[in-house]
Design a protein around this ligand. Structure first.
Ligand code: COA
Length: 148
């Protein structure tokens, strides 16, 4: 079975991987505005990514790949999938917070953003407001309009 990315309605089986990667789980509750996508094959869960939607803004969060499957482009695939989903839902700017992977995301076209000048909707997310350490960096990418 080829790995495939599918939407998640029940987050329970994502939590061990997210916890093992030291990513916040306290606010996870999949919904229309908090979407999670899992990359799986017949061996099980390989990776996960999340998207918190706020009209034309969104927060990419919870990007994690099982350590046994890193370095094969799986996170790049998950980020691209998430960006497409975001664009399809009218998102024009995608933000993220990270303590360890700013360099990784800059390779994928994300730019540093001033946390003090972040849009109020982004500042109001649980991740921004406290779950992510104060030392985390804020990055963003402009997605533009959905492709026809
Ligand atoms: C960051 C992470 C998602 C990357 O997953 P991955 O599937 O291995 O990534 P890809 O295969 O798409 O990319 C691998 C490349 O990114 C680089 N890379 C991986 N993590 C990196 C990091 N934290 N900082 C800088 N570069 C990184 C690798 O060295 C590799 O480089 P190469 O192509 O020159 O060899 C994975 O390491 C992970 O789950 N980390 C723990 C959770 C985390 O930090 N999430 C991000 C914050 S939300």
């Amino acid at each position: 079975m080829q790995p495939s990315i599918t939407p998640v309605t029940e987050a329970d089986d994502l939590l061990p991987l997210l916890r093992a990667c030291d990513l916040p789980v306290a606010d996870i509750a999949p919904s229309q505005s908090q979407q999670f996508f899992a990359l799986r094959d017949d061996r099980g869960l390989l990776g996960v990514v999340g998207l918190e939607l706020m009209q034309d803004l969104a927060l990419l969060r919870s990007l994690a790949v099982d350590p046994a499957h890193r370095g094969k482009g799986l996170a790049t695939e998950l980020v691209a999938f998430c960006e497409t989903r975001a664009r399809e839902q009218g998102v024009q700017r995608l933000f993220l917070l990270t303590t360890t992977a700013a360099r990784y995301f800059s390779r994928l076209g994300y730019q540093p953003a001033d946390k003090c000048a972040a849009p109020p909707a982004i500042q109001a997310t649980a991740q921004f407001a406290g779950l992510c350490p104060a030392s985390s960096s804020l990055l963003y990418k402009s997605l533009g309009r959905p492709r026809p």
